[in-house]
Ligand binder design. Structure first.
Ligand code: FAD
Length: 454
């Protein structure tokens, strides 16, 4: 097994790295050996490190990079299930499955998320309002626990519910069996609707949820006054074969369908995100205005390949592209709309956001005890870490979200105050109890777990 002794690791979105011993097991036996032999600072599994926060880091301890364990063991093409290693990326899995007429049940915005990372963070996608999160499609998994033994964990058991969304703290997922979604083509029919303020945007998103498989909304976080929270709803559905032109209909399940590009503003017109200096709010405001006004009021029926359309639905959030950003994702239940309005207004007043926010409606919650998405609304922001007053602002927002019975996403967190955690995650004590039972010496730990006392 390859071992690098002191590797500086960050989450996606950067921030100060912490150094750990990085081990790359190439077999389940090597993974078990790594867990049994880890030092007093414990170990944590890591997929591709795409979680923006501290969840896959372990300062002074061991980090198990699972990306070499990435085999597909069995595909049931009739029943639509797959048994695969946890280190395989969802993108690779989708490439293998599409020609067979199957697709991953929860597609992420990021390309290189692993199955293990999707279990650990209980991934949610732009189809959450219909499909729920990753745990709902997971039939079972094999878990390597702290004593080095491997357990098959089935749905409906406490260990299943603690592990899905459990941020790697119950053990290392080695393999997973997933229920897939059937698709007839590898293309999406996409569309958009423009809204002049936040209330209109929320109403349009509710409407899009009723009609479309995938739906999200981009929020202009610089617009103020009557235009506060204006934005665009983006929606998509898997294209039926009859929607394809003859050229594409010959190979409806091609993994890389050849489509003409969608017209976009030239990249050089988009100023890079500046994390540690003023953002040129005026220039960005004008650019947002131009974008908003030039977007069609409503558009539908544009054909796009899955690989291009899905990241766009995630708001095109290339987290950390410019370095030094803080990812903030919060959720509030239905009835918590005033909190959303206030969060958007406060961020707009602060004038620090360089990228649009991402608004989403969540459907049925997950059985995962620390799972983030629950029925209601989700709002995701990406803010420059160096923005003046950002820490105070986010602390205020945390309190408001917690008071409304909402929560922040732990896989993205680098700064939540631990005292707010129990009200955000009411099953936290059950999680701690189970963790103490399966891992009494707290072998599995992370920077996040230490800071929040998980
Ligand atoms: C551009 C972008 C878009 C994103 N969009 C979304 C989105 O739409 N929805 C969403 O939910 N998230 C989203 N994320 C966040 C990210 O995708 C998730 O946090 C995901 O878990 C990261 O996967 P990973 O494989 O890189 O895992 P890592 O970041 O390496 O780890 C994430 C967590 O999973 C645990 N873990 C990883 N592998 C295993 C394993 N084998 N066994 C046990 N635990 C394990 C880790 O310990 C850690 O706690 C996005 C991130 C980016 C960068």
């Amino acid at each position: 097994m390859a071992v690098d002794t002191t590797v500086p690791l960050t989450g996606r979105g950067r921030g100060a790295p912490t150094a750990a011993r990085l081990l790359r097991p190439r077999s389940y036996e090597e993974a078990a050996e790594a867990v049994r032999d880890c030092g007093h600072r414990g170990a944590i599994a890591r997929g591709r490190g795409r979680a923006p926060g501290e969840a896959a880091r372990n300062a002074g301890g061991d980090v198990l990079d699972m990306s070499a364990l990435d085999r597909v063991h069995a595909i049931d093409a009739a029943g639509g299930t797959v048994l695969c290693d946890a280190g395989i990326t969802l993108r690779r899995l989708a490439e293998l499955l599409l020609p067979l007429g199957w697709f991953v049940p929860v597609p992420p915005g990021a390309e290189r998320i692993t199955v293990g990372g999707a279990v650990g963070a209980d991934l949610h996608g732009p189809n959450h309002h219909r499909a729920g999160s990753f745990a709902r499609h997971l039939l079972s998994f094999e878990l390597l626990t702290a004593d080095g033994s491997v357990h098959v964990v089935d749905r409906g058991t406490p260990l299943f519910d603690a592990t899905t969304g459990g941020l790697g703290l119950t053990g290392v997922v080695l393999t997973a069996t997933l229920q897939l979604q059937p698709v007839a083509t590898s293309l999406l029919l996409t569309g958009s609707d423009r809204a002049g303020d936040l209330d209109e945007l929320m109403a349009r998103l509710c409407d899009a949820d009723l009609r479309h498989t995938y739906a999200t909304a981009r929020v202009d976080l610089l617009a103020r006054g009557a235009a506060t929270g204006r934005g665009t709803v983006l929606h998509a559905d898997h294209a039926p074969p009859e929607a394809l032109p003859a050229r594409l209909a010959r190979r409806p399940l091609a993994t890389r369908p050849h489509l003409p590009g969608t017209p976009q503003l030239p990249q050089r017109l988009v100023p890079p995100m500046a994390a540690d200096r003023p953002l040129g709010r005026r220039a960005l405001g004008l650019l947002n205005d131009l974008r908003h006004r030039s977007a069609p009021r409503s558009r539908a029926g544009t054909l796009r390949g899955l690989a291009a359309a899905l990241p766009a639905l995630d708001g095109g959030h290339a987290l950390g592209r410019g370095g030094g950003t803080v990812a903030y994702r919060c959720a509030v239940g239905h009835g918590g709309e005033d909190v959303l309005r206030h969060v958007v207004r406060r961020v707009a007043e602060q004038g620090c956001a360089a990228r649009p926010g991402l608004l989403k409606r969540f459907g049925e919650g997950s059985p995962g005890w620390l799972s983030f998405p629950a029925r209601g609304w989700g709002l995701s922001l990406e803010l420059p870490a160096g923005a003046a007053g950002l820490g105070v602002l986010l602390d205020e927002l945390d309190e408001e979200v917690a008071a409304a019975g909402g929560r922040v996403c732990l896989a993205r967190d680098r700064r939540l105050r631990p005292e707010l955690l129990p009200s955000m995650y009411p099953l936290l004590d059950d999680f701690r109890e189970l963790r103490a039972a399966v891992d009494p010496d707290a072998v599995f730990t992370s920077d996040l777990a230490r800071r929040l006392g998980l």
